[in-house]
Write a protein that binds this ligand. Structure first.
Ligand SMILES: [Zn+2]
Length: 135
């Protein structure tokens, strides 16, 4: 079976480490082009404990900081703190649907709030890397 687990780049590891805490970020496995998402074209990603499964390529995922923050918020602030479970998500989804689901509202507002800082941290990480290379 083909391995789909993606290596987290240094700039993203550094940035997510600041936003979520150093230790936790590397424990998250990101899988790209997940075959079992093919029949669900409206789903771009699904999360679980320490996992993000992507329908598309990791490259496209990491080119969209708000998308990254949204999914990492589900994993690190919800699944891995045991606030989110399949049962709780479905109960919430049946109660209010997708958009007003409290886990989605939280992930969306987290991403919207942190995206500016995230882009700034990415730029700093990349500048630092470029500096290292030119020395
Ligand atoms: Zn979501």
């Amino acid at each position: 079976m083909k391995r789909t687990h993606v290596h987290l780049s240094d700039d993203w590891a550094m940035t997510l480490g600041v936003l979520f805490g150093e230790g936790s970020v590397r424990t998250v496995q990101v899988h790209e082009r997940v075959w079992w998402l093919w029949p669900l074209p409206w789903v771009a990603a699904i999360t679980g404990p320490s996992r993000i499964w992507l329908r598309g390529r990791a490259e496209d995922f990491f080119a969209d900081p708000e998308f990254v923050l949204h999914e990492y918020c589900h994993v690190l602030n919800q699944w891995d703190t045991h606030r989110l479970s399949i049962f709780r998500y479905l109960r919430e989804w049946l109660r209010v649907g997708y958009w007003r689901n409290l886990y989605e509202v939280e992930a969306r507002s987290f991403a919207a709030r942190e995206v500016g800082r995230c882009c700034q941290l990415l730029t700093e990480a990349r500048t630092r890397d470029a500096g290292k290379r030119s020395v």
